[in-house]
Design a protein around this ligand. Structure first.
Ligand code: HEC
Length: 157
């Protein structure tokens, strides 16, 4: 008798718990989502580049390839493949003609300046990687990534 009551109480209790977990899962998440939308314009004081939806997607895809390049460079450094890391730094992040053209398309002179300086620093990184000196290479990567941080803190789409 005792065990049966305990089992029933247990079943009711865990059903209640499951329901409250579900509630806890969906409601606050939706609440946060709405809050983020509401807060975006009010609290985001970064300069907008005023991009069209198409340009936005293009920029984000380009950015995702930037973060992939950094990941690849760090991985190659860990394997002592500095020449390969140098090539990635130049071709993926450096100031190639294609990259220059892409940067110049933006209507904001400060953004263009920052973008060009960023790509130039990646070419310096490519040169430093050729020395195969880990400390110097990390310092150069750090300098390049300062531009990522600085630009993200200043501009939004
Ligand atoms: C000259 C400016 C500039 C530089 C330099 C820059 N970014 Fe960005 N990046 C942006 C802007 C603008 C956005 C869009 C941010 C927004 O609207 O909130 C962005 C977005 C991103 C995103 C989001 C992509 C997505 O799909 O949501 C990633 C990841 C990113 N950048 C990585 C990097 C990395 C890594 C570097 C450096 C190696 C870098 N960026 C350098 C301007 C820059």
């Amino acid at each position: 008798m005792m065990t049966r009551t305990t089992a029933i109480v247990g079943a009711i209790f865990s059903a209640g718990l499951a329901i409250s977990c579900l509630a806890a899962d969906s409601n606050p998440a939706m609440h946060n989502h709405n809050m983020q939308h509401m807060m975006h314009d009010a609290s985001d004081s970064r300069i907008s580049l005023g991009l069209s939806p198409q340009r936005k997607q293009h920029q984000l895809a380009n950015m995702r390839s930037h973060v992939r390049a950094v990941q690849t460079i760090v991985g190659l450094m860990a394997q002592d493949k500095y020449d390969q890391a140098s090539r990635v730094a130049h071709t993926e992040l450096g100031l190639t003609d294609e990259m220059k053209k892409m940067c110049m398309m933006f209507n904001n002179a400060d953004f263009v300046k920052l973008g060009l300086a960023f790509h130039q620093s990646a070419d310096k990184l490519a040169e430093t990687l050729k020395t195969k000196d880990a400390k110097k290479s990390l310092a150069a990567l750090h300098a390049t990534m300062n531009y990522c941080v600085q630009c993200h803190a200043t501009f939004r789409q």
